[in-house]
Design a protein around this ligand. Sequence first.
Ligand SMILES: [Zn+2]
Length: 363
Amino acid sequence: MFGISIRLHYSWFVIFTLVIWALSRDYFPKVYPHWSPAISITAGVITSLLFFASLLAHELMHSLVAQRYGIPVKAITLFIFGGVSQIAEEPHDARTEFRIAVAGPLTSIILGGIFWGLWYLLPPAFDVIAAVSFWLGWINILLAVFNMVPGFPLDGGRVLRSIIWWRTGNLRRATRLASNIGRGIGFMFIFGGVWLVFTGDWSSGIWLGLIGWFLASAAANSYHQMVMQQALEGHEVSEIVSRDCISVAPDLNIERLVNEYILPTGRRCFAVVREGITLGLVTLQEVKGVLRDMRSRVVVAQIMKPMDRLKQVTPDADLATVLNILTQENVNQLPVMVDGQMVGMVTRENLLNFVSRHERESA
Ligand SMILES: [Zn+2]
């Protein structure tokens, strides 16, 4: 939709089934005992679908506002705890962040108002539609209220961060404060959950505890992510590339690779080179995949990752981009290439060292 791919995480199917179950087996039969089971189930399914459509509308509005300010949005994913918009980069200024953040809760409030309006205006003959509208109105308002809790990375936390950012001009301080509040709220939820479990409402307790745990870890992660991003931005691969990359011949067997290269040097990654041309990389990960008694019979060319299947970077690539590629590809190193020639390697370790050096200097 609007150039944004909409994805369903497998955990979404769990919550979708639970919501249908809770509505058609519990809520509707209790509140409307005169309904037949078929009506309760139909109403339950329709209500769940509209509920997740509302959630999608909330996320879509965040994404559309971001797009309007020139920030690309990759995807919206619905999962067990709701929805996330994968917005490719952080907003450039406080005002943009504020607008992107409020767009979602505002959408939920408007939807809540529309559903409640419908419930209020419908004549008694339409009691099924009215009942569905009432529940949807209530859940949308709840969604807006919950998301406006001022703990980062919830929408309310983003609003808070944008206000502190705007007042102090310091994004980092704003993020630290907003995400500390986010962690605090997460822990409060966890304690609330434990309390509920001990007072007998264990299903609500576990649920609240899980949401709290998710919030607390998301808050901590997004702060670390931002610190890394800020330290790396504006710096190039050439500043940290390791050029002393050891190369090995393609017909070297794994036993010799281990005994003559890995053990004496402590390195984890080697370039496989024939006549000055880099064919691929071989890392500890591939070596571990070869059975011990096969190691004398397998050569590196058989297990290496060939160059054309590896993501590569140039010496002038931005370090923040490199971190993104490492995370997305789930690898620990990338070859640094100039005109098809490998000139060195950039590793996750290089990046982390660079960040801690940067931290020490700015402290
Ligand atoms: Zn939101």
